[in-house]
Write a protein that binds this ligand. Structure first.
Ligand code: GDP
Ligand code: MG
Length: 177
C-alpha cells in the first residue's frame, strides 16, 4: 500500500531589524506576493507562511516578524528565538541609523545561540528610493563580508526597481536553505 505523504517540513526564519526598515512589508511581499496597502505597527510577534517547493519537496517557510518595541519584545523573546532555522537581518538603505544598529541585533541573536553556525543573510530594503540612499552598497558589502553573510539589496515595494530587474524574493529563501 502507498506510504502516507511525508509531513511538510517547516522552516522558521526570523526577520530582525529596526522599526520602520520594512520587515512587515518584506514578509508580506514574500508570503502574499504584493506590497501591503497599509501596515499597522506590528504588535508583539506575528508570523506569515508560504509553501515553496525546493528540490521537489514542499517546504513551509514561516517568517517571524516582530515589533521593534522593547515592551513587546521582552515577554516574547524566548518564544521568538526558539527553534530558528535562519535569520534575516534587515536595514533600510535610506536610513543610516538602521544600518548602524545591525551589530546590536547580530549580538542579540548570538546571545540566543544564533551566530554564524545558523544561516544568516543581510537585506538592505527600500532600494526603490534611489535618490535617498544613505548606505552605499560597498559599505554594506564590506560589513556583510565581515559577518560572513550574503547581502541582498532589494525593495519590498518594487522588487524590480533595483539592479538588473531580475530580482525575485524567493532568491532570499533559496540562499538560506
Ligand atoms: P517594520 O517596522 O520594519 O515592520 O516596517 P514596515 O514594513 O511597517 O514599513 C515601514 C514603512 O516603510 C511603511 O510606511 C512602508 O510602507 C515603508 N516601506 C517598507 N518597505 C518599503 C520599500 O521597499 N520601499 C519603500 N519606498 N517603502 C517601504
Ligand atoms: Mg513591522
Amino acid at each position: 500500500s502507498a506510504l502516507p505523504p511525508p509531513r511538510t517540513r517547516i522552516f522558521k526564519i526570523i526577520v530582525i531589524g529596526d522599526s520602520g526598515v520594512g520587515k512587515t512589508c518584506l514578509t508580506y511581499r514574500f508570503c502574499a506576493g504584493k506590497f501591503p496597502e497599509k501596515t499597522e505597527a506590528t504588535i508583539g510577534v506575528d508570523f506569515r507562511e508560504r509553501l515553496v517547493e525546493i528540490d521537489g519537496e514542499k517546504i513551509k517557510i514561516q517568517l517571524w516578524d516582530t515589533a521593534g518595541q522593547e515592551r513587546f519584545r521582552k515577554s516574547m523573546v524566548q518564544h521568538y528565538y526558539r527553534n530558528v532555522h535562519a535569520v534575516v537581518f534587515v536595514y533600510d538603505v535610506t536610513n543610516a541609523a538602521s544600518f548602524r544598529s545591525l551589530p546590536t541585533w547580530i549580538e542579540e541573536c548570538k546571545q540566543h545561540a544564533l551566530g554564524s553556525e545558523v544561516p544568516r543573510i543581510l537585506v538592505g530594503n527600500k532600494c526603490d528610493l534611489q535618490d535617498c540612499i544613505q548606505v552605499d552598497t560597498d559599505l554594506a558589502q564590506q560589513f556583510a563580508d565581515s559577518q560572513a553573510m550574503p547581502l541582498f539589496e532589494t525593495s519590498a515595494k518594487n522588487p524590480n526597481s533595483h539592479g538588473d530587474g531580475n530580482y525575485h524574493n524567493s532568491d532570499h529563501v533559496e540562499a538560506i536553505l
